[in-house]
Design a protein around this ligand. Sequence first.
Ligand code: ZN
Ligand code: ZN
Length: 185
Amino acid sequence: MAEEVATVDLRALGLAPGAAARMRLSVPPVELRLGGQDYRTDPASPEVDLEVTRALTGLALRLRTTVDLVGPCMRCMEPARVRLEVDASEYAADDPPADDAAFDEDVASVYVEDDQLDLALWARDSIAEVVPVTILCRDDCAGLCPTCGANRNLAPCDCVVEVADSRWEALRELAERLAKEPGTG
Ligand SMILES: [Zn+2]
Ligand SMILES: [Zn+2]
């Protein structure tokens, strides 16, 4: 496996205006904590495609990768895996605004400082950005029984599910009362 790269020296690329450099790099493992559970990338050190293009006033950066995120299913806690497609862009101006100026994301990348690209942080943030709201072992995961904790994907349990909904309860009472009242017709 390729050596992990956390930082890229953009100046060392020595790009002339209009020139571009493309490289495939392995970044350090990404671990995310979601909903109180730990998720990690698989492969552990994701390979990313980094593209650096020299424009007249700065560097255009593009990061792409396809990686799996693995961890517990958010419903049943069994192992789950989700495929993530990352395609992120940044622009790093040659003359970033002074510290006291308002930070402008269009010209200054938070991942570039002194021509050093924090590739590890950028990759981590880009991956975190495309994580779906729910990570499931399968789309129709039945989850755990809230009463006995059994995994409903494996076997149904005998728990009676109490559906407490006051609106239906009110309708039921009304129906019973109508049924008891003597007919008028
Ligand atoms: Zn599940
Ligand atoms: Zn149960």
